[in-house]
Design a protein around this ligand. Structure first.
Ligand code: F3S
Length: 785
């Protein structure tokens, strides 16, 4: 390695616990007695109690996959700055001194792109100072590795430092699966799940199904791993991977670089997959060595030799897809959805015939982001830029480059790659998310129809610059770079020529580069490196300004049974119904995003948006509720806030699939914060249901769906026999009954009282959470004991 090669930040804790995993795998094999897929091996060898979860399930894989909830030990956790705020605030309420597993915080989402790296970083640090100070101080106190603003994008840093074959890790970001490119299983979760990991509480996951993707052949010179996933997204659609792990296999796998596998795993999120899995390959060893982790490579090689890191011969998959890499063509996906995949030649042909229905002139081309910012990505793009530069060409669209990490930035700077890109007109942005997550100050084009081409992963309307008229297409960084020179979408760099300043035609040769830097990775600014495995500093103060509008310490929720548990009574206090919600009520309806995002760490302020998108079924109006105590109507959070002030517990009635959408935990925290103890629905989305129970909200389903119409705003609702279910040792078979009292218009005279039967899907663990008032309270109780 050269003199500027990486200063080792390596620590033995970064080697997965291979001996233990192999031992567990033996137990799993003896219990299941059948060939295992790779993802089954990694997941099941992380079971807290394989005997309890797998004994007697038989040899049929479908007895486990899609059916059994697994309780898993997590090896590592990573959190990005936006989601880490609530994760850490929740962790703090547990009263523990330190995180129980290696964890890291990464400041990347809050950096806005505007002028270029230096100025953008300075401005964003100033405007987010209180959040960064909080994250840094909490990391110091609890022993978390802190990667400050400018150090890089969470997924690139995780790949360079923490990802390792066989590891099971969680991250509070939907593209956490990026790390799976190095042979681990990395899964995106919400903050409440992150607290499970930080407190070593076994993490629950419905055993995913296995979708096998068999790769044969070899990519052609213009084709990249990005094109594999762009093509697959077209075949699977945005829902095709839901509840599944996409497991790649076959002879084509060995030809792909580890960072390319990370790109494929990254965009597995776009087909809804839990994560992706790749058998261990020599390319992974090479990447581990290049990033200063030879010990991990040796450990992985030994574990692979004993069968941990690849599927067994004859393993069964729930679905199987074949891809011949030799037949692939570069793809362009979009606009507005990542699964609208078109081979480049067809896309360009259509653009030439001017029938695409949008402008074909590019307003911007962007490369990098967590999806495509490896050394090889940058070097291959520079190989194209170099060819064009030699012929005097410059890009015709604005061309932005986002390096994924300080290590990549410093290496491409040292190797002249950055200069080559700048010479043809590129602007280099900070090592952060920027335009990929809407942190792109592009006011000059607001409201205008325009087209951009990016090497990113998502392209929903408004995703990049907040402008719903920005048509956004996804492609490999190489195709983005080449098309930037034409400045148009009707140019196929594989077949078409441009005109050089000398009037002669110029045609690109295919891109090429080393996969890894021949001189080793450069270190860059060492100020960005955290201390590996920092010791917690219990005396360190966690910095939260009491006057802050963005951060607020969380107060633990009380158990609703605190006053009666000693007598063995577990009925919820008498509640009033806040409203009956009609129709769709997603996590966005319950806790809106957009301008509210800046309050992610301040529950009182964020709660002001609670249910503002919900429709009141009785009043047939959005965000309106009737206050039975005052006779007035107000917004839904307006009435909820007043009821909280008068310490009035409440419940609500919901329609089908309440809480569908994302894993956004705020959608559970906010109603609970205002005093919601119970939600009764026709059906509830599974993640929302778990999140609500984690925060201590009981969820029940109507036994008779028509009963949905029998409870309305202002009704008095009481549980009749909840004690039989909730009391320690209670019966899960209990059918909980609700007593409903309706009043005349005066709000006082009783009109009628009746009972309604309900059903539930609660597990014993959920009952523990509800009894304690929240999962966090339970963790705290256990820690004290
Ligand atoms: Fe996510 Fe893009 Fe950052 S996908 S991690 S926002 S670079």
């Amino acid at each position: 390695p050269a003199a500027d090669a990486r200063v080792p930040t390596f620590h033995p804790s970064r080697i997965p616990p291979y001996a233990k995993l192999l031992e567990n795998l033996e137990l799993v094999r003896s219990l299941l007695g059948r060939p295992l897929t790779l993802s089954e091996k990694i997941l099941y060898s992380h079971l807290k109690d394989a005997q309890a979860d797998l004994a007697g399930v038989g040899k049929d894989p479908t007895n486990v996959r899609g059916k059994k909830y697994l309780k898993l030990n997590i090896d590592r956790l990573a959190m990005q700055d936006a989601s880490a705020q609530m994760a850490l605030l929740q962790f703090m309420t547990c009263g523990l001194d330190r995180v129980a597993i290696p964890s890291s915080v990464h400041c990347d989402h809050l950096i806005q792109a505007y002028e270029g790296a230096e100025a953008d970083l300075k401005r964003s640090i100033a405007s987010n100072k209180e959040v960064f100070d909080f994250l840094e101080s909490a990391s110091r106190r609890y022993g978390i590795e802190f990667w400050g603003p400018g150090s890089g994008i969470i997924h690139q840093i995780v790949l360079e430092n923490y990802a390792a074959p066989g590891l099971l890790m969680l991250g509070t970001d939907s593209h956490t699966p990026n790390a799976s490119g190095l042979g681990c299983l990395a899964i995106g979760v919400g903050g409440a799940d992150a607290v499970d990991a930080m407190t070593a509480t076994p993490w629950e996951l419905l055993a995913p199904k296995a979708l096998g993707v068999h790769l044969t052949g070899q990519l052609s010179p213009w084709c990249t791993p990005k094109d594999v996933i762009l093509h697959l997204a077209g075949r699977l659609t945005v829902r095709g991977g839901t509840g599944k792990i996409v497991e790649y296999m076959g002879p084509g796998l060995a030809s792909l670089p580890a960072t390319g596998l990370a790109t494929m795993a990254n965009m597995g999120a776009e087909v809804g997959a839990t994560t992706s899995a790749f058998a261990f390959t020599p390319a992974m060893s090479a990447y581990l060595e290049a990033t200063g982790r030879a010990e991990v490579a040796r450990g992985a090689e030994a574990a692979a030799a004993r069968g941990l890191l690849s599927a067994d011969e004859g393993a069964e998959y729930d679905e199987r897809i074949e891809i011949n890499l030799s037949e692939l063509e570069p793809c362009l996906n979009g606009p507005f959805t990542p699964d609208l995949s078109t081979p480049l030649s067809q896309f360009v042909a259509k653009a030439k015939s001017e029938s695409r229905g949008h402008p074909i002139e590019l307003s911007a081309a962007l490369i990098g982001s967590c999806t495509n910012s490896s050394y090889a990505d940058m070097a291959r793009c520079a190989s194209l830029a170099e060819q064009a530069k030699k012929r005097g060409l410059k890009v015709k669209a604005s061309f932005d480059v986002t390096p994924g990490s300080e290590q990549v930035r410093a290496t491409v700077e040292r190797d002249g790659i950055e200069q080559t890109l700048r010479d043809v007109g590129a602007r280099v942005l900070a090592n952060a998310c920027g335009p990929c997550i809407g942190q792109w100050n592009r006011k000059e084009l607001q409201g205008e129809d325009n087209v951009i081409l990016t090497s990113f992963n998502r392209n929903f309307r408004g995703r990049n610059d907040g402008n719903t008229k920005t048509w956004n297409m996804l492609a490999s960084p190489e195709i983005v770079t080449a098309m930037a020179f034409a400045g148009r979408l009707d140019f196929n760099p594989m077949t078409d020529s441009l005109t050089a300043p000398d009037g002669k035609p110029f045609k690109f040769e295919p891109p090429s580069s080393d996969v890894l830097p021949s001189k080793g990775f450069a270190q860059g600014d060492v100020g960005y490196l955290p201390r590996p495995v920092p010791e917690p500093q219990p005396e360190a103060e966690v910095l939260i300004d009491p006057s802050s509008s963005r951060l607020e310490p969380l107060q633990p929720f009380d158990s609703p049974f605190a006053a009666t548990a000693a007598e063995g009574k577990y009925e919820l206090p008498s509640m009033r119904c806040l409203l009956r919600i009609k129709g769709k009520c997603t996590t966005d309806h319950i806790s809106a995003a957009g301008p509210w995002l800046k309050y992610k760490g301040h529950l009182s302020n964020l709660a002001e948006n609670t249910l503002i998108g919900a429709t009141n079924g009785e009043l047939d109006a959005v965000n309106v509720a009737h206050d039975c105590f005052t006779g007035e109507t107000d917004t839904i959070p307006g009435v909820a806030k007043k009821w909280k002030a008068r310490q009035q517990p409440w419940m609500m009635v919901a329609d089908h699939n309440y809480g569908e959408g994302s894993a956004r935990e705020h959608a559970a925290l906010q109603p609970r914060f205002y005093g919601c103890n119970l939600i009764v629905a026709r059906s509830i989305a599974r993640i929302a249901e778990t999140n609500l129970r984690k925060q201590g909200v009981l969820t029940l389903l109507f036994e008779n769906e028509d009963d949905y119409l029998r409870i309305g705003g202002g009704d008095l609702v009481e549980t009749v026999n909840l004690t039989e279910l909730i009391r320690p040792g209670g019966s899960l078979d209990t059918q909980v009954k609700l007593r409903v009292t309706k009043f005349e218009d005066d709000g006082k005279t009783v009109r009628e009282t009746f009972e309604l039967p309900t059903k539930h899907t609660l597990s014993a663990a959920h009952l523990d959470w509800i009894r304690a008032g929240s999962a966090l309270n339970l963790i705290k109780e256990k820690a004290r004991a």
